[in-house]
Design a protein around this ligand. Structure first.
Ligand code: PEP
Ligand code: CO
Length: 467
C-alpha cells in the first residue's frame, strides 16, 4: 500500500527509564519487569543484531487503520456493532500460501455475512492472522523417550520438529515472521481491494466443498436475502452502493514475544504517542496478563486497542487494576475483554466480573472465546474440543451478559477455511474416529468451515431468542 504519510519511522529499541514516572514509558520499559513466556536465545549478540535489523524494517499496518479500528470497537461497545475475531491458533510459515489465506478469509466473510444479516448490525472483522506466530507453553521443555528439548514456541521462535536444531530458538525467524506477516497482509489487502469481499457477489466467497454441506441451503437463503437487501437499497437510493464493495478487515495476534513487538513499536508523524505497527489489535494472553508483569507494562504505552484474555482464575481486583493501568482515561474503543472460562466455569465466574467492571465505569467490549476453556485430550492422546461445549459456552455467555445488564459484543474463535477434523460434533456430527482423518493443527484444534458457519448461525438465533 502506498501512502503519503511516512508512517512508522524507526526509533530503534528504546531505553529503560528508571525514574518510575508515569510518562517515562519507552518501548523497552517492559525489560525492567518480569517477562513470562519468552524465548531463551542461546546467543544474545545474534539476537541484538536481528532486532536492530527488524527495527529498520517497514511497519505492517498504519496508525490511521489502528485508530479506525478503535472507533469501530467504540461503536461495538455502544451496542452498534458485533466483533468477530477468528483464525488459526498458530499460523505457520509453510502455510503462508494463497489457498490457506483465501479460504480463511472466505469463512470469516461468510460468518460476518450471517452475523450482519441476523443481528442487523455491522460486524467488525478481525483475523487472527498476519502475525499469530508466537505461542505460550505450559512448560519450557518437552521430553520424549528420555530426550528433553526446548518446547515449540511458535514459528517466530523455533520449529516444531523434535530435533535439537529445530527446537533451538533462532532470532532470524523474527525477520521471517515479519516477512510472512507482510505477505499475508499484502494478499488480504489485494483481495479486499480487488472486490473479493464485494457484497454484490457473495458467491465469490464460496468454498467448493460447502455445496455438499448440510448447511448449504440455509447459507444460500441467507446470501440470496442479502442480495435482495442490497438491490433494494440501491433501487431506493437510485445509486449503486459503492461502500458495499469493500469491507474492512483488521489483523490481530497475541503480542507475546516482547522483543519482536518492541522493534515494531514506533512514533508516527502528526500523531501523539506510540503505536504497535505489527498489527491493528494485539492481545495479552491469559498466562501473561498479571498487572505486575512485563506484558501489561508494554501494553500500557501503546495506543492500539488492546485485547485481554480473562480466564477462570481472574479476580475482580485483577480486572479493576488492569483497567486502571491500561485505560486510565477510560477511553472508548481501547479495551476488549475476551473471556475464556470453559463451559463448566462460566456461570459461576462471569457475573461477579461483569459487575466489577460495571462498577469501574470504564468502557469495555466483552467478547467470548468459547475455545480455550473447552480443550480436552482423548484417550488416544488427541487434543480436541466438542462443538456442543463451544456452543453452550457461547450461548451461556450471551444469556449471562443479558441477565446482568451487560451485553456480549463479540466472538473470538479458532477456525480455518480448510476441511479439517479437529473438533468433534457440529452438523456432520464428527466423532473421535474422524479426528484422525484430517487433523492438521500443530497447537489447538480449530473449528472447520462448516462448524464455524454453524456457530455464527447459532449466535444469531440465541440473540433472537433474547428479544
Ligand atoms: C490462544 O488464544 O491461542 C491462547 C493461547 O489463549 P489463552 O491465552 O486464552 O490461553
Ligand atoms: Co489456541
Amino acid at each position: 500500500m502506498i501512502t503519503s504519510e511516512s508512517d512508522g519511522m524507526s526509533q530503534g529499541p528504546g531505553k529503560v527509564d528508571s525514574s518510575g514516572e508515569e510518562n517515562s514509558w519507552q518501548p523497552a520499559s517492559w525489560q525492567a519487569w518480569e517477562a513470562k513466556q519468552q524465548a531463551k536465545y542461546p546467543d544474545q549478540d545474534e539476537l541484538e543484531n536481528v532486532l536492530q535489523e527488524l527495527s529498520a524494517l517497514p511497519p505492517l499496518v498504519t496508525s490511521w487503520e489502528i485508530l479506525a479500528l478503535k472507533k469501530q470497537i467504540a461503536e461495538a461497545q455502544a451496542g452498534n456493532r458485533f466483533f468477530l475475531q477468528g483464525g488459526d491458533c498458530a499460523e505457520n510459515f509453510t502455510e503462508c500460501n494463497s489457498e490457506v489465506i483465501t479460504n480463511r478469509l472466505k469463512v470469516l466473510l461468510q460468518m460476518s455475512l450471517a452475523l450482519t444479516h441476523g443481528l442487523q448490525k455491522p460486524v467488525v472483522r478481525v483475523g487472527r492472522f498476519a502475525g499469530q506466530y508466537a505461542k505460550p507453553r505450559s512448560s519450557d521443555v518437552e521430553t520424549r523417550d528420555g530426550v528433553t528439548l526446548p518446547s515449540y514456541r511458535g514459528d517466530l521462535v523455533n520449529s516444531v520438529e523434535f530435533t535439537p536444531a529445530a527446537r533451538r530458538p533462532d532470532p532470524h525467524r523474527l525477520i521471517q515472521g515479519h516477512a510472512s506477516s507482510a505477505m499475508t497482509m499484502n494478499f488480504v489487502r489485494a483481495l479486499v481491494d480487488g472486490g473479493f469481499a464485494d457484497l454484490h457477489h457473495p458467491e465469490y466467497w464460496n468454498l467448493s466443498w460447502v455445496q455438499h454441506s448440510p448447511l448449504a441451503d440455509e447459507f444460500q437463503r441467507l446470501a440470496d436475502s442479502l442480495g435482495r437487501a442490497v438491490n433494494f437499497m440501491e433501487t431506493i437510493s437510485g445509486r449503486r452502493a459503492g461502500s458495499l464493495k469493500r469491507v474492512d478487515f483488521y489483523t490481530s495476534h497475541e503480542a507475546l514475544h516482547l522483543h519482536y513487538e518492541q522493534a515494531l513499536t514506533r512514533t508516527v508523524p502528526r500523531q501523539q504517542g506510540w503505536f504497535n505497527l505489527t498489527t491493528h489489535f494485539p492481545w495479552i494472553g491469559m498466562r501473561t496478563a498479571d498487572v505486575g508483569g512485563a506484558h501489561v507494562e508494554y501494553f500500557r504505552g501503546i495506543r492500539n486497542p488492546v485485547g485481554i484474555k480473562v480466564g477462570p482464575g481472574a479476580s475482580a481486583t485483577q480486572l479493576e487494576q488492569l483497567l486502571k493501568k491500561l485505560n486510565p482515561e477510560s477511553e472508548a474503543g481501547r479495551i476488549v475483554l475476551i473471556h475464556r472460562m470453559g463451559v463448566a466455569n462460566i456461570e459461576a465466574r462471569m457475573p461477579p466480573l461483569i459487575r466489577a467492571v460495571q462498577d469501574t465505569g470504564s468502557p469495555v467490549l466483552w467478547v467470548c472465546d468459547p475455545m480455550h476453556g473447552n480443550t480436552e485430550t482423548t484417550a488416544s492422546g488427541i487434543k480436541t474440543r466438542r462443538f456442543r461445549n463451544i456452543m453452550n459456552e457461547m450461548e451461556t455467555a450471551i444469556e449471562l451478559h443479558h441477565q446482568n445488564d451487560s451485553q456480549l459484543g463479540g466472538a473470538h474463535l479458532e477456525l480455518t477455511g480448510e476441511n479439517v477434523t479437529e473438533c468433534t460434533g457440529g452438523a456432520r456430527n464428527l466423532d473421535e474416529a474422524d479426528l484422525k482423518r484430517a487433523y492438521k493443527s500443530i497447537v489447538d484444534p480449530r473449528l472447520n468451515y462448516e462448524q464455524a458457519l454453524e456457530l455464527s448461525m447459532l449466535i444469531v438465533s440465541k440473540f433472537d431468542k433474547l428479544t
